[in-house]
Design a protein around this ligand. Structure first.
Ligand SMILES: [Zn+2]
Ligand SMILES: [Zn+2]
Ligand SMILES: [Zn+2]
Ligand SMILES: [Zn+2]
Ligand SMILES: [Zn+2]
Length: 316
């Protein structure tokens, strides 16, 4: 009894697993059935499946089977607005099932549209110094949203400039730049540095001697300005006679470098042995120089690579 129940259950399970199931028949021939093209014996609906029934075309065979047609599901129409959306308000659509006999309906929220801004009026064109103003309004019917957008000012557009005052060797010149935009009279003046003097070849006003400095005066051929320059003594090759006894040569108006540390005491000696007087100046970078009562010089706080210069003093 229990075995029979189990077999029956298995049969029911098989019938539900395979959509094609043989119906009870009284006259089933033991042959390979030839099925007709089938007849819809139950139409499917949105929710329930239908059936196609096939029969064996052999008139002596009563074999019949059927195949399920899946439920169709709803067939919604294109929908209609329940609430029409606006620029800032949500809308709502309603959809109906078009399948015969089905009353299913559903609604969907439609997002708001946002404004469709379009150019309405150019209130003012931008200029060199003022922004331009333009009004935009929403083009959607029934919406009155408007906004004014300003475009930044253009800034001046200067030309290449005109030399309005020529510079000379005694005065500055100027260039005037003008804005080329229509209706703008802005100008900008830029100063031009004075020209250098045009020096002649100079005139000796004090002749140098063997051991004393002379003087040459240069004159500008344009404005007449003058500048004096010391002329080195005729026998001038200077040597720094340091206490250590080491001699360094210093050309007049040139530099030499003392590679030593500490405090140095020295004299300026001409190449012919003559000891220099007081008609020249001694300078040094990164050190101080003191002239002693006996005419010698002391360089204080000498660092490595202290640079000594000898320059003639120009006297009137
Ligand atoms: Zn058959
Ligand atoms: Zn439906
Ligand atoms: Zn709008
Ligand atoms: Zn301008
Ligand atoms: Zn000049």
């Amino acid at each position: 009894m229990r075995k029979t129940l189990s077999a029956l259950l298995t049969l029911v399970l098989m019938l539900s697993l395979f959509s094609v199931s043989a119906l009870a028949a009284t006259r089933v021939k033991n042959h390979e059935h030839t099925l007709d093209e089938g007849t819809v014996t139950q139409e499917p609906t949105c929710y329930t499946r239908g059936w196609i029934t096939y029969v064996c075309t052999d008139p002596d065979c009563d074999y019949v089977c059927r195949e399920a047609i899946p439920a169709t599901g709803h067939n919604l129409d294109d929908g209609a607005y329940l609430v029409v959306p606006t620029c800032s308000g949500m809308g709502e659509m309603i959809y109906h099932c078009q399948n015969p006999g089905c009353t299913y309906l559903t609604t969907h929220i439609v997002p708001y549209l946002g404004h469709r801004m379009e150019l309405d009026e150019v209130i003012s064109e931008p200029s060199c110094t003022h922004p331009g103003l333009t009004r935009y309004v929403c083009a959607r019917e029934g919406c009155h949203a408007a906004t004014i957008i300003d475009f930044p000012s253009l800034g001046h557009r200067l030309d290449e400039g005109v030399l309005s005052v020529e510079p000379t060797c005694t005065s500055s010149g100027s260039i005037v730049y003008s804005c080329t935009r229509e209706g703008c009279d802005y100008t900008k003046t830029q100063w031009v540095a004075p020209l250098p003097h045009t020096w002649d070849e100079g005139t000796i006003t004090i002749e140098p001697t063997e051991h004393t400095w002379g003087r040459r005066i240069y004159t500008c051929t344009v404005c007449g300005a003058t500048t004096p320059v010391a002329v080195p003594p005729l026998s001038a090759i200077f040597r720094l006679a340091l206490h250590s006894g080491v001699h360094y040569s210093v050309d007049p108006d040139m530099d030499t470098t003392i590679r030593s540390d500490g405090e140095l005491n020295f004299q300026i000696i001409f190449d012919d042995g003559w000891i220099a007087g007081d008609d020249f100046a001694v300078t040094a970078n990164n050190a101080q120089i003191r002239q002693e009562d006996d005419g010698t010089f002391t360089i204080c706080h000498v660092e490595a690579d202290t640079r000594v210069s000898v320059t003639g003093i120009v006297r009137e």
